[in-house]
Write a protein that binds this ligand. Structure first.
Ligand SMILES: [Ca+2]
Ligand SMILES: [Ca+2]
Ligand SMILES: [Ca+2]
Ligand SMILES: [Ca+2]
Length: 315
């Protein structure tokens, strides 16, 4: 899945400096930052020290949008990235180089009124070029299982996943469900992220009762014939509540639903309807054919902007 942009990343950056006006070393930090202080635009920038410089990309912001991208455009290698033409100061898409009199503080570029002691020594804006953005989603629900390992299936022409598996039948497909088997134990507590068996799959390393169904998809984790959801006397729809703490026969603290030797508790609990669906996003920017004063660049790997968003929260 990462092939596409790794290939892009090694494309040659060609910079020809045929004047003395400014000299820009374009090796900026590729971990991009985001400013959301402007109502109608997102500022995506990278800074560096010695000399103190910034590269800032400005793209339009839809009304009410908190982040620039929420949906992937990278379901497979054949999907082209989104393109934004750079048009100079009068355009909604701008690309600007600046050099400063001192090192920038954290978030200073986001301040509506810049600090009085911060001077711009050099300013250069490209009047042309194109921005290519590839947005990928690695884990839709932040349950530590990559979406492609949660039975998401193929994307259809409308960008949906009609064949996505929904193990617990709660209407939330596994790749967006933070509790995949609906036993009121979050998936992130039912897997071991370390890939113990080294097969590249973090989902299959924890199977408490050894019945072949991993805990995150097993509604009776300890195999004592009492559903995990009912091994909960807390009244809070949480088998991991301290009310359900027990000590197993090895003297190890655990929870009742993971120890089939615990005193039976069998409470007819309902499945929790809470599902905070969070998504981790990576937006990768390439900027081509732009000019900053005397420097023209064929292709620049501007960097990657990473953030998490909450898509939907149900009670
Ligand atoms: Ca899930
Ligand atoms: Ca669960
Ligand atoms: Ca099992
Ligand atoms: Ca059980």
């Amino acid at each position: 899945m990462r092939h596409f942009y790794i290939i892009f990343a090694v494309l040659l950056i060609t910079a020809c400096d045929d004047g003395d006006i400014i000299t820009v070393d374009l090796e900026f930090n590729e971990d991009l930052e985001l400013c959301t202080t402007a109502e109608d635009a997102f500022l995506i920038y990278s800074v560096k020290e010695e000399p103190s410089e910034s590269l800032t990309l400005i793209i339009p912001r839809n009304s009410g949008a908190n982040v620039p991208f929420t949906e992937p455009n990278f379901p497979d290698i054949n999907t082209p990235p989104s393109t934004y033409p750079i048009g100079g100061a009068s355009s909604p898409v701008r690309f600007i180089y600046r050099k400063y009199n001192r090192t920038l503080g954290s978030n200073e570029l986001c301040e509506i009124i810049p600090p009085g002691d911060l001077d711009i020594i050099n300013n250069s804006e490209s009047s042309d070029g194109d921005v290519y953005v590839t947005v990928i989603v690695e884990d839709d629900d932040l349950d530590d299982i990559p979406s492609e390992l949660e039975g998401r299936g193929e994307m259809d022409e409308e960008g949906n996943y009609p064949d996505a598996i929904d193990t617990d039948g709660d209407g939330i497909p596994n790749y967006q469900d933070e509790d995949d088997d609906g036993d009121n134990v979050l998936t992130k507590f039912e897997i071991i992220v370390d890939d113990i068996d080294n097969d590249g799959d973090p989902t299959n390393n924890l199977d408490t009762d050894g019945d072949g169904t991993p805990d995150y998809l097993d509604t009776d984790d300890d195999g004592d014939m009492i559903a995990t959801i009912n091994e909960d006397s807390s009244g809070e729809q949480n088998p991991r509540n301290s009310a359900n703490a027990v000590v197993d026969n090895n003297g190890i603290d655990t929870f009742r639903y993971l120890y089939n030797g615990a005193d039976d508790v069998d409470v007819p609990n309902m499945q929790s309807s809470e599902n905070e669906f969070r998504r981790s996003i990576e937006a990768i920017f390439f900027i081509t054919n732009f000019s900053l004063e005397t420097i023209s660049v064929t292709e620049l790997n501007f960097g990657t902007l990473s953030y998490d968003i909450t898509i939907q929260s149900a009670e």
